[in-house]
Design a protein around this ligand. Structure first.
Ligand code: ATP
Length: 219
């Protein structure tokens, strides 16, 4: 389902990062670990087809991303990927409900109001639907970002540091929710983190890929 082979990425004004090879078959997902600056966000962006590798292969759910044109990669992403970014990027001017309508509008589709409502309910957000993002706690805002990622029933759910800035209780709830949502939707979960609490909670349930420290990188 997820395969990395000889994968490298070079930043124009930065380091070249070489990633370990992996080949995961039917695993429910992957826990991507490593120190700050080791390349976790870069690897997530490569797995999402947001960056192009300088060498090697990324194969996600059967598709080799390097073989796709930029336009095909955009289409692949829209059809297969849900992304919960480190910075949530909710629109401050819109209610929670309207934020969840945006991905449909961006794709030139009618908003699937029933799907939006179902996700609001399953993530415990129904009573917050008319609020604006600044009226939410961080944990609630993360749930909105998770709902947005799940809207189009992705086969792959990628999350970047989903427990950053959350206290222990909210971090545990957020991880359980991600795992449960991925399982319910039949999505592969890839979670990048340097938070020891995540390794403690999910380390035994998902295969771990630990990225080595970059040679020459500043601590
Ligand atoms: N746009 C960029 N230009 C140059 N170098 C970059 C750029 N983005 C990241 N880097 C460098 O690439 C390396 C990997 O960064 P990345 O953000 O992938 O690490 P990370 O493991 O996700 O870190 P963190 O846990 O702190 O988010 C770091 O050394 C970083 O300084």
């Amino acid at each position: 389902m997820i395969e990395l082979q000889g994968l490298r990425y070079r930043y124009a004004q930065g380091p070249e990062i070489a990633f370990p090879d992996i080949a995961l078959g039917a695993a429910p997902g992957l826990l991507l670990r490593g120190a700050s600056g080791s390349g976790k966000s870069t690897l997530l962006a490569l797995m999402a087809g947001l960056l192009s590798a300088s060498a090697g292969v990324v194969r996600m759910a059967g598709t080799e991303l390097g073989a796709l044109s930029a336009r095909q990669r955009d289409a692949w992403r829209g059809a297969n990927l849900g992304f919960v970014p480190q910075r949530l990027h909710l629109s401050a001017a819109l209610s929670v409900r309207d934020n969840l309508g945006l991905p449909y509008l961006a794709a030139g589709q009618l908003v699937d109001a029933a799907r939006v409502d179902a996700l609001l309910t399953s993530l415990g957000l129904q009573s917050l639907a008319e609020r604006r993002p600044h009226q939410l706690s961080l944990g609630q805002a993360q749930r909105v970002a998770l709902a947005r990622a799940l809207l189009r029933r992705p086969r792959l759910l990628l999350a970047d540091e989903p427990t950053a800035n959350l206290d222990d209780e909210n971090a545990a709830a957020s991880l359980d929710l991600l795992q449960q949502a991925a399982a319910e939707q039949g999505a592969i979960l890839v979670l990048a983190t340097h938070d020891g609490r995540v390794a403690e909670r999910l380390g035994a349930r998902l295969p771990n890929l630990v990225l080595p420290k970059l040679l020459g990188a500043q601590p």
